[in-house]
Design a protein around this ligand. Structure first.
Ligand code: OOG
Ligand code: MG
Length: 268
């Protein structure tokens, strides 16, 4: 599996790519696919770049608040033509309050996703973390909208490139009604996504690797492959349930979740 491929790039190349990705983020500019210039780049290299990016951002004061896993539903995999999940880190500045406005000018070609988020209260560790362990370490779940924004032209990428780009992370909005996971059937939990009052996507959380807690377990196991664990008190997003929908200035997005209430955000 890709996850255990060895790194192929030198430290100098990893640092150079991390700087390039950081610049693309700051300037809201697209970059060429990394695997075009570095054809031997592997998934392991992608995660080394992501780790260096995290170090750069933490050094400038961005606090790590959690993680996300993406490409966990068939709808997302088919949309992006990438058939393996990827994880990314989340920092405090990516978090926006419910009903806030997000400036399109700060992004390149944003898309929105509806996700079930988990907040953990114990350390979780791979290599064989299970969904039962995730549920036992879950404080509560809550609904979230993730705003993703690939730094690659035409929103097209392969797995090593998207991982280096922190799995397209840009912003997230959590809210609605927090609930204990054991009070809900997280597989049959339905979601309706609306933009400007029109339904644009619908789904059930089982679309995410059969159970969103399974996606969190997968995230923990990918972290383990990078020599890391999931800290207690992490905010973790389990992946878009439906395909992601492009947004533009003026759009008002509402994600209505069964049992978890709704989350909304506006783009200007
Ligand atoms: C990669 C990130 C995918 C999800 O929830 O599936 C993701 C992308 O599609 O840009 O966050
Ligand atoms: Mg996502």
């Amino acid at each position: 599996m890709n996850q255990i491929q060895s790194p192929m790039l030198s430290t100098v190349e990893i640092d150079l790519i991390a700087q390039r990705v950081a610049d693309a983020h700051t300037k809201h500019q697209v970059m060429a696919l990394l695997t075009d210039e570095f054809p031997t780049m592997t998934v392991a290299d992608g995660y080394l770049v992501q780790k260096e990016l995290r170090r750069l951002w933490q050094a400038r004061g961005n606090r790590l608040v959690g993680w996300k896993i993406g490409l966990t539903s068939k709808a997302k995999m088919l949309q992006m033509k990438v058939f393996e999940p990827a994880i990314g880190f989340l920092t405090h500045d990516m978090s926006h309050p419910e009903n806030s406005t997000i400036e399109i000018a700060q992004l390149i070609h944003p898309r929105v996703e509806c996700e079930v988020a988990f907040v953990t209260n114990k350390i979780l560790q791979g290599p064989a973390c299970t969904k039962e362990e995730v549920l036992a370490a879950t404080d509560f779940v809550l609904p979230a909208i993730e705003i993703i924004d690939s730094r690659f032209a035409a929103y097209q990428f392969d797995l090593p490139s998207v991982i280096a780009d922190n799995s397209s992370s840009a912003c997230f909005v959590a809210g609605g009604r927090a609930r204990y996971a054991h009070d809900l059937d997280l597989r049959t939990l339905g979601v309706v996504m609306e933009i400007n009052g029109e339904i644009v996507a619908t789904g059930a959380a089982a679309a995410v690797l059969d159970h969103p807690a399974e996606a969190i377990a997968r995230l923990v196991n990918i972290l383990h492959a990078q020599g890391e664990q999931l800290a207690a008190g992490s905010f973790v997003m389990s992946g878009g349930i439906t395909e992601a929908i492009a947004v533009k200035a003026g759009d008002h997005v509402v994600a209505r979740f069964q049992e978890l209430g709704s989350v909304a955000v506006r783009f200007v």
